[in-house]
Design a protein around this ligand. Structure first.
Ligand code: GLU
Length: 311
């Protein structure tokens, strides 16, 4: 595994598009704890390439909440919006390999082209609706200013080394996962590498920036497990190291739904305002106490118990 031997380096990579909630706190504290236990590094990266949704006040709140939780990280932090030239260079490499094409389809075009659902044919994958391929075969020279850039998955898997795999250490999927070319074509499809008006996409940016930061261990929520095959595919196509992956359980509300940015009630800032302590947050998300003192659970905070993701 390429990450072996390098100093343990992990990161928390929030997008400043809303308040951090209990799920983020769990992810960040777990990564921080694991780095500390390994004598390694914990980095913070601000994933702000979505300029339409990223806001400076959310970024400021992220720094404030994480510091309040007792986390520490090297400064200055990497800001993904400053990394667009590196993302463009990675795209150029995939383009030179003949793996990319411009796509002018809008959501409605894709819905219409996808047609009626067929039994046994997945409609959605980790990059959203599986692209029906309308623009596949267009050449990059035809790229219009408003086009997105897609990866031609069938070509990409042909360029993929046969040993492409990753190691997962999280509880639900622990083990070695080989990339499956057929599944990538059927269940993932032609993913977007450059979003409209963004210069990059989450998948391309995360892979390029994890490599740049020397991340050896990606620790994040289980909702991103299915996206990991995309990331490993891109790493192998781009000649980047493949880190170890650890997908942790998700923090759920009392109805079992996973927390989202809109869940203001679970925002760290809200708990802070209500007088919870960082130790209360640790207890709420089910992390062991880290300090020498015993932690008293705030009874109000404790009335919203976290629920483990099944498995
Ligand atoms: N910015 C991404 C998110 O907030 C990071 C995902 C990752 O850790 O790879 O979901």
């Amino acid at each position: 595994m390429s990450g072996a031997g390098a100093p343990f380096t992990t990161r928390f990579a929030p997008s400043p598009t809303g308040p951090l909630h209990l799920g983020h706190a769990y992810s960040a504290m777990l990564a921080h704890d694991m780095a500390r236990a390994a004598g390694g590094r914990f980095l913070l990266r601000i994933e702000d390439i979505d300029r339409a949704r990223a806001r400076p006040q959310w970024e400021a709140q992220i720094f404030d909440d994480l510091a309040w939780l007792g986390l520490d990280w090297p400064r200055p932090v990497m800001r993904q919006s400053a990394r667009l030239p590196a993302h463009a260079a990675a795209l150029a490499r995939l383009e030179a390999m003949g793996l990319t094409y411009p796509c002018r389809c809008r959501r409605a075009d894709i819905e219409a082209a996808a047609g009626a659902p067929q039994e046994g044919v997945p409609q959605f994958g980790p990059d959203g609706r599986i692209y029906p391929g309308t623009c596949r075969g267009r050449v990059m020279a035809e790229r219009g200013g408003d086009d997105v850039i897609r990866l031609d998955m069938a070509r990409a898997v042909r360029a993929l080394p046969a040993d492409a795999a990753f190691t997962e250490t999280g509880p639900a999927h622990a083990g070695t996962h080989r990339l499956d070319p057929e599944r990538l074509i059927r269940e993932v499809g032609d993913i977007v590498l450059v979003r409209r008006g963004m210069g990059s996409s989450y998948h391309l940016a995360v892979v390029v920036d994890d490599a740049e930061q020397g991340v050896t261990h990606v620790i994040r929520g289980e909702d991103l497990f299915a996206a990991t095959q995309i990331h490993v595919l891109l790493q192998r196509l781009l000649g980047l190291p493949v880190p170890l992956y650890h997908h942790h359980r998700l923090i759920r509300d009392e109805k079992g739904r996973r927390l989202a940015k809109r869940d203001d009630a679970r925002a760290i800032a809200r708990y802070r305002a209500e007088g919870a302590s960082p130790a209360d947050i640790r207890a709420l998300v089910g992390l062991e106490r880290s300090g020498p003192q015993r932690i008293g659970i705030n009874p109000r905070a404790a009335s919203i118990p976290p629920r483990n993701h099944p498995g």
